[in-house]
Design a protein around this ligand. Sequence first.
Ligand code: NAI
Length: 248
Amino acid sequence: MGHLDGKVAIVTGGAQGIGRAIAGGLARGGARIVVADLHHAEEAADNFPGGVGLTVDVSSEEDAARMVRETVERCGSVDILVNNAGLYASLEMRPFTEIPLEEWNRVMEVNVASMFLTSRAVVPVMREQGGGKIVNISSGTPFRGVPFLLHYVTSKGAIVAFTRALAKELGKDSIHVNCVAPGFTMSDGVKAHPEVVEKLRDASVSARTIQRDQVPEDVVGAVVFLCSPAADFVTGQTMVIDGGQYFH
Ligand code: NAI
């Protein structure tokens, strides 16, 4: 018996990287997994018993609503939402004066507005059920003030504020909202960009207390804990999971 038996969990961006590892951890706890991703959602979902894959752009209002509707139709409920989808490694690091407004806006849409849209779609279902868990994936970058990715760092800082204010608003509904902030992680998205690995890998490892690469699996325990009954008195919090690079 797992501590998440009978629960239905949506993981956005769950087809690869950190999201895929989180989906695996929730599945090991007994949850039924819905992978919501722009690409390869169904293939990824096939790895999990009863897994459902939904091709979704989380920055689209329509898609976010459809994601929740189809999950309820096919699985009967939504108990857990992990807002993990985001733009990171594909973003060029450069002085903020060189960031085009279009790119700034796209980062805000995919990394922040998406969480507003998916939460707005899922909360009525969770209220009806009498509770739920939402976990948002931020990053260590807003705590450290990492330069040359101003749109990204700003978007990830917004997620911490979003988590706190939404948690306050939903406490009375027994809907817990928390945040996990990973350090530089060797995800699929990062590995696909050798220039990013080259720039950040060694510097990140040497800045940590635990001096090794961070891998997607490192983030899983914190997320699974926050989705489980063991965290029923935890809300509005941000856990930094970065091998002790930044003490939050
Ligand atoms: P990744 O690039 O390996 O995977 C991201 C997944 O999200 C992909 O499957 C992609 O198709 C999906 N996705 C992207 N935009 C989407 C959209 N609009 N709708 C639906 N799905 C979409 O990414 P990674 O590195 O695993 O990152 C996952 C999350 O963790 C992101 O929010 C990222 O900002 C955050 N993070 C990553 C860190 C890292 O160093 N890799 C460090 C801290 C946070």
